[in-house]
Design a protein around this ligand. Structure first.
Ligand SMILES: NC(=O)c1ccc[n+]([C@@H]2O[C@H](COP(=O)([O-])OP(=O)(O)OC[C@H]3O[C@@H](n4cnc5c(N)ncnc54)[C@H](OP(=O)(O)O)[C@@H]3O)[C@@H](O)[C@H]2O)c1
Length: 226
C-alpha cells in the first residue's frame, strides 16, 4: 500500500465523493461511517464507525491495523447539523452536536497517533465557515465546530515535532444530502456544488507538501451564509 487514507463520514455527501476521488488517485481508503457506503473498489475498506463511541473508534483502528500501520492522509469529515433556535433546541440535540463534531474528532485523533508517518501525514479537516461565525439557528453546530477548531489548534502544537501537515477547510454551504435532513427548503443554487468543493480539496491535497494551508474559507460568491 503506497498511499493510505482514512475518511470519516464516507457514506454520504463530501465523504463519499472524497473517498471516490482518493481511490481514483491511487489511495487505499479506509472509510468510516455508521451506515456504510455504496463504493465497490478493491482498495476501499468500508469499516463500521460511530465517532461518538470510544469503543467503536478503537475497533475501527484495530481493523485498519490489520492492513497497515501508516496513514498518509486523514480526512476528518464526519459531522452533523440540525437547525432550530436556541430556545427550541433540546439539550440532547445540542449535546449530540458536541458528541459528533467535537468529541468525535478528539477520539479519532487520539487513536490516530500511532499511525502518523512523521513528515508525511496530512490531516485535512472539513470544518465550516460556522467554525468562525455564529449563524442563527445552528448554535449546536457553531459551538461544536468552534470547539473542533480549538482542538485542532492544540493538536497542531502537540504534533509539531512529527511535522504533520494540517489543513482546515472552512466552506460555506455546499449542496449535499446534509440539507435534505433539515425539513426546510433552501436555495441550493446559491450553495457550492460538491464538484466545486472537490476542486479546493484536490488543490490542497496535490500541492507540494512544503506548502502549508492552515485554513481556507470559501463559498459561492452569490451565496448565503457569508
Ligand atoms: N453541506 C454543507 O453545507 C457543509 C458546509 C460546511 C461544512 N460541512 C461539513 O462537511 C462534513 C460532511 O457533511 P456533508 O455535507 O457531506 O453531510 P452528509 O451528507 O450528511 O454526510 C455526513 C457524514 O457524516 C457521517 N456521520 C455523522 N455522524 C456520524 C457518527 N456518529 N459516526 C460516524 N460518521 C458519522 C455520516 O455517516 P452515517 O450517518 O452513515 O454515520 C455521513 O457519512 C460535515 O462535517 C459538515 O459539517 C458541510
Amino acid at each position: 500500500m503506497e498511499k493510505t487514507a482514512i475518511v470519516t463520514g464516507s457514506s454520504s455527501g463530501l465523504g463519499l465523493e472524497i473517498s471516490q476521488s482518493l481511490l481514483d488517485q491511487g489511495f487505499t481508503v479506509f472509510g468510516g461511517s455508521r451506515s456504510g457506503t455504496s463504493i465497490e473498489h478493491d482498495n476501499f475498506y468500508d469499516v463500521e464507525l460511530d465517532i461518538t463511541s470510544e469503543e467503536s473508534v478503537m475497533e475501527f483502528y484495530e481493523t485498519v491495523r490489520e492492513f497497515t500501520e501508516d496513514i498518509h492522509l486523514f480526512v476528518n469529515n464526519a459531522g452533523i447539523c440540525h437547525m432550530s433556535p436556541v430556545i427550541e433546541m433540546s439539550t440532547s440535540v445540542f449535546e449530540e452536536h458536541l458528541a459528533t463534531n467535537t468529541v468525535g474528532p478528539f477520539l479519532m485523533f487520539k487513536y490516530l497517533a500511532p499511525f502518523i508517518v512523521p513528515t508525511e501525514t496530512h490531516i485535512i479537516s472539513v470544518l465550516s465557515a460556522a467554525a468562525h461565525y455564529g449563524y442563527p439557528n445552528v448554535s449546536g453546530y457553531s459551538a461544536s465546530k468552534f470547539g473542533q477548531r480549538g482542538l485542532i489548534e492544540s493538536l497542531k502544537k502537540e504534533w509539531k515535532n512529527h511535522q504533520v501537515r494540517f489543513t482546515n477547510l472552512c466552506p460555506g454551504a455546499i449542496d449535499t444530502p446534509l440539507w435534505d435532513k433539515m425539513g426546510m427548503t433552501f436555495a441550493r443554487d446559491k450553495m457550492l456544488s460538491i464538484d466545486e468543493f472537490m476542486s479546493v480539496f484536490n488543490f490542497v491535497l496535490n500541492s507540494p507538501r512544503r506548502i502549508q494551508f492552515p485554513e481556507i474559507t470559501f463559498l459561492n460568491k452569490d451565496g448565503f451564509l457569508e
